[in-house]
Write a protein that binds this ligand. Structure first.
Ligand code: HEC
Ligand code: HEC
Length: 349
């Protein structure tokens, strides 16, 4: 009996130490920088590209994907492209509460940013698409968005364009009929997988301790200690799961939302999924206003205050809000310059 007790005591002393945490780190950090060690356990810095084993990222595919992304021929009347609602020059969004479609009629949800979206575990506010490849096929056929009547309609339209005949062939070598709807999804997906935005926060995570200011670091600590990280964590600082918006209070009383949106429940028809939405990824959030799934809130300060109340039953102080917002500012970065340049092949002559 005594021997057993001694063994238990011995085992309990043998806890994994700090060294263990450091193993994931890109650059080893001194043990005393506990803030960085903590941050590395919660968040992750960006990879160079967001890989997909089933859709290798090749240069011809990315080039084709970029062309398709900017081409208004992907909408029925030719009025809009992906870039109309997800403008790569304005943080991957259109900064409107909801976006007008091909026929000018507004949709019901806010356009989320395409920046870093490929790193999320799911796509859309209700997570109904699994990845950017699956997602890319959906707005084209959505009657309120790009309004293409059916897949064959678009395949026929693109097959009549010499530029696309050549580019699909190059992007999908060896295929008999490379212009397919599935290949279009793959090409746009491959392009989106390059839309990552390294920020000062990533520099910090990679070991440059002075890449973020003392105020931003204080904000990160408030973000961690308040409990925001229960949902906003990982490489996207969100984007990993579906959670109730309004854990404590019905979100509508705080956002004064005009549209009735129950999120995941509409997809799953399960009562317990009412008001579950994808946890927003917070990279570039300073530029992706207005906020929430319906664009109901204009300022980031207000969005942070609402999150404190609705999710954590906390009234954040003015100082805490200021600090959190400055931390969120450090999460802003930009995509590569080439992605943002309008393709010359599409210029109207
Ligand atoms: C008319 C505006 C509009 C157009 C055009 C449009 N989108 Fe979107 N996009 C939206 C809206 C609104 C949502 C959110 C809808 C929802 O969650 O139900 C969305 C969601 C997305 C998402 C999910 C992001 C996330 O974080 O969940 C991606 C990726 C995306 N769109 C890419 C594209 C691509 C690629 C195209 C072109 C093929 C495109 N969009 C065309 C408005 C648009
Ligand atoms: C229980 C999970 C949870 C917690 C905790 C949480 N959030 Fe959120 N957050 C969400 C969800 C879900 C959304 C998307 C809500 C919607 O629009 O439907 C969101 C959205 C946001 C947005 C809006 C982003 C956008 O692009 O519209 C911000 C900003 C934000 N959260 C910041 C915070 C901060 C700061 C904290 C801590 C004070 C926090 N969140 C705590 C789940 C959470």
């Amino acid at each position: 009996m005594l021997a057993l007790l001694m063994l238990a005591a011995l085992l309990s002393c043998n806890q994994p130490g700090k060294k263990e945490h450091e193993q994931n780190a890109a650059v080893p950090v001194e043990a005393e920088d506990s803030t960085l060690i903590t941050a590395r356990n919660i968040f992750k810095s960006l990879p160079a590209v967001a890989e997909n084993k089933e859709n290798a990222i090749t240069e011809p595919k990315v080039k084709l994907g970029k062309l398709l992304y900017y081409d208004t021929r992907l909408s029925k009347a030719g009025n809009i492209s992906c870039n109309s609602c997800h403008n790569l020059n304005t943080a991957g969004v259109d900064n409107k509460a909801v976006s007008p479609g091909d026929a000018g009629k507004p949709g019901t949800r806010n356009s989320p940013t395409v920046f870093n979206a490929a790193l999320h575990n799911m796509q859309f506010w209700d997570g109904r698409a699994k990845d950017v490849e699956e997602q890319a096929g959906m707005p084209i056929l959505n009657p309120v968005e790009m309004a293409i009547p059916h897949k064959g309609f678009l395949v026929d339209r693109l097959s009549g364009v010499k530029l696309y005949q050549d580019m699909f062939k190059e992007a999908f070598p060896g295929e008999d009929k490379p212009i397919t709807y599935g290949n279009l999804q793959k090409a746009i997906g491959a392009f989106e997988r390059t839309l990552l935005t390294p920020s000062r926060f990533d520099k910090y995570m990679n070991g440059d301790k002075n890449a973020i200011t003392a105020e931003e670091k204080a904000g990160m600590n408030v973000f961690i200690s308040s409990g925001c990280i229960a949902c906003h964590n990982g490489v996207g600082i969100g984007g990993g799961s579906l959670q109730r918006f309004g854990v404590v209070t019905d979100y509508r009383t705080l956002t004064r939302s005009k549209t009735e949106d129950e999120g995941l429940k509409k997809v799953s028809s399960k009562k317990e999924d009412k008001d579950k939405f994808k946890v927003a990824g917070l990279r570039n959030v300073a530029g992706t206003y207005p906020y929430f799934h319906d664009g109901s809130i204009a300022s980031l300060d207000s969005a942070v205050i609402i999150m404190g109340k609705a999710q954590l039953n906390k009234n954040l102080s003015t100082e805490e809000v200021k600090q959190i917002v400055s931390f969120l500012d450090a999460l802003s970065g930009d995509v590569n310059a080439d992605a943002k340049t309008f393709p010359p092949q599409l210029e109207k002559k």
